[in-house]
Design a protein around this ligand. Structure first.
Ligand code: BTN
Length: 224
């Protein structure tokens, strides 16, 4: 993958789409983003110290692109564990450490281009009061060189993309926060006890199965 490291970008997502016009696959990191995008129109606070990166591919087969929803959280939690930090996956694809968000994932498609954006809190010392977040530095007391974290993350993602869906799902389940969840699904409110996800991208509950991309506003009522 062709790697680009920028001091500043509006959003690495847009940079990745632009660079994909000229390269089949790219990795774009920025030390700061002016308009970092989160899911569902939210903003992603992107001040110095965090890792803001987008991985982009042209012509990715659509099942693989869907599997990125599992591959990305698995890659991030495995990366954290290499640094002795225990991350858990909260559906749909947030990474928490001790109940606080440490990483978020945004997957976007435009034509035949797929871009996976990852925001990982690495060296931040604090967050705005209304943001319930933590960083690798806050939980470990250590600083981490961003390029090194990026290199290990890229390695995880490239490696995990080669694995069969069942294996990815198995790893995802090891880190998944289970328990009672409430969410919107195809226009109705559902409450169920989440047990695991499968490689068909379904969340398996006690009462039913739900396609992950269709689950909205997932809230955990209690969990493990
Ligand atoms: C979320 O809402 O949890 C997803 C956050 C995704 C943020 C990352 S930072 C790198 C990439 N560029 C963006 O503008 N957003 C993603």
């Amino acid at each position: 993958m062709r790697r680009f490291i920028l001091e500043e970008a509006a959003s690495t997502q847009d940079e990745a789409f632009r660079l994909l016009e000229a390269h089949p696959s790219v990795v774009v990191m920025a030390r700061r983003q002016l308009y970092g995008r989160g899911r569902r129109g939210h903003r992603w606070v992107s001040e110095g110290g965090g890792l803001y990166v987008s991985f982009g591919w042209r012509g990715m087969e659509s099942h693989r692109a869907m599997l990125l929803n599992l591959i990305a959280p698995v890659s991030i939690t495995r990366l954290l564990s290499r640094f002795g930090i225990e991350g858990r996956i909260k559906l749909p694809n947030d990474i928490l450490v001790k109940g606080k968000k440490i990483s978020g994932i945004l997957i976007e498609k435009r034509g035949d281009m797929t871009v996976l954006g990852i925001g990982l809190n690495v060296n931040q010392d604090k967050f705005p009061d209304d943001v319930h977040a933590t960083s690798m530095k806050l939980v470990s007391g250590k600083e981490f060189p961003l390029e090194h974290v990026l290199e290990l993350l890229e390695r995880e993602i490239v490696r995990n993309m080669e694995l069969p869906g069942e294996e990815i799902a198995g790893m995802f389940n090891r880190y998944l926060l289970t328990g009672t969840i409430r969410f919107r699904y195809r226009g109705r409110e559902v409450e169920d006890t989440l047990e695991r996800i499968n490689s068909r991208l379904e969340a398996v509950g006690r009462k039913g199965r739900y396609l992950l991309p269709w689950m909205e506003d997932v809230r955990y009522l209690e969990g493990s």
